[in-house]
Design a protein around this ligand. Structure first.
Ligand code: SAM
Ligand code: SF4
Length: 341
């Protein structure tokens, strides 16, 4: 039964391609205080609140995955810090850090509320966060996010660091939008002692425009960075899909996430849970399992573990992202805020 059933510690989640699942990303809400152009349309219809998993249900599900060998949990969204009560969930999940069952509990955030929550996050055991930052120009920031202010995000980064939380920046590279900001962002990151990762836009969900217009392969970003910095390959990995380069002389790293130009599926160790309890087995595929129905049907965790096993047995080999066909429909219909970036 729920709470009393302990799955055998030697029953890790292994998919049909012998990849061990050790990383769960959880979208705790589809809502957000920004409307980034590459992520959402200006007018979005969000899910009714009744469809969301409660904080207790999220805790039960995350804990079931931890019991099966998940070592890293990342809370994302939407904007995770706009979900009411999120710090209660984080504090509760912190018990798995204390017990040693979990290596890392982390967040991806737009940073708008980070200044307020940083001390609570640190107290709950959060040691690293990823903050999305696509530009250091306040007007451009407003244009890209359609409603965000840059200053609170910079304050949030400072507050997180003051609370002892390491910050990594995530920047989506957008042709004709923030190309001019790549070198300033690298300089900002390195002066502040932060790592930064660049990401290619992924074709997820309809937005008001065509992503092919703004697709910037990261080879071009790297060439631009190399006009000013000397990069050397690095073996550093965080358990995510980024490949890192060392910046000679600064001791910092730059990551590159290239889902489109270089496939990284063969080493995939993760699955994604939405705020409604749907488990997506791959960011770029539609196949999913409805774990909310199982959660609400029974308190028996054996049934939940059987449903998780059945889902992992269907994890596909890889994604089918293609972005080089102008006007083509997105590879998957759901937006990034649904699955969690
Ligand atoms: N709101 C939080 C944030 O912005 O960090 C967390 C959720 S957001 C969906 C997670 C990450 O996905 C962000 O770094 C964002 O820039 C990135 N993202 C959103 N839509 C994307 C897309 N279509 N292609 C590539 N990255 C995307
Ligand atoms: Fe919100 Fe993050 Fe999507 Fe921007 S990228 S709209 S901050 S969920």
């Amino acid at each position: 039964m729920h709470g009393t059933f302990a799955p055998p510690q030697d029953s890790p989640l292994v998919d049909p391609f012998a990849r061990r699942i050790t990383y769960l990303r959880v979208s705790v809400t589809d809502r957000c205080d920004f409307r980034c152009q590459y992520c959402m349309a200006e007018e979005m219809t969000f899910l009714p609140k009744a469809d969301l998993l409660t904080l207790e249900e999220l805790d039960r599900l995350c804990s079931a995955f931890v019991a099966r060998g998940v070592r890293k949990l990342r809370l994302t969204g939407g904007e995770p810090l706009v979900r009411r009560g999120l710090t209660t969930l984080i504090s509760s999940l912190g018990r798995h850090l204390k017990s040693g069952a979990l290596d890392e509990l982390t967040l991806t955030t737009n940073g708008s509320q980070l200044a307020r929550f940083a001390p609570e996050l640190a107290a709950a055991g959060v040691r690293r966060v990823n903050v999305s930052l696509d530009t250091l120009d306040p007007d451009e920031f407003r244009r890209i996010t359609r409603r965000g202010d840059l200053a609170p995000v910079l304050d949030g980064i400072a507050a997180a660091r003051a609370a002892g939380i390491a910050v990594k920046l995530n920047t989506v590279a957008l042709k004709g939008v923030n190309e001019e900001q790549i070198l300033p962002l690298v300089a900002f990151a390195h002066e502040a002692g932060l790592d930064i990762t660049f990401i290619e836009t992924m074709p997820m969900g309809d937005i008001d425009g065509d992503r092919t217009d703004h697709y910037l392969p990261l080879d071009a970003v790297r060439r631009q960075i190399e006009t000013r910095y000397t990069l050397a390959p690095s073996a550093y990995r965080t358990g995510g899909p980024a490949r890192y380069m060392h910046v000679q002389g600064s001791g910092r790293r730059i990551g590159f996430i290239t889902p489109l130009s270089h496939n990284f599926c063969e080493s995939c160790n993760r699955v994604r849970l939405t705020c409604t309890g749907t488990l997506y087995l791959c960011l770029g595929q539609d196949d999913a399992a409805d774990l909310r129905a199982v959660l609400r049907e029974t308190d028996d965790d054996r049934v939940l573990h059987a449903a998780i096993d059945a889902a992992i047995a269907r994890k596909p080999k890889g994604h089918d992202f293609v972005i080089d066909r102008p006007g083509a429909a997105p590879a998957v219909k759901r937006h990034m805020n649904t699955t969690g970036g």
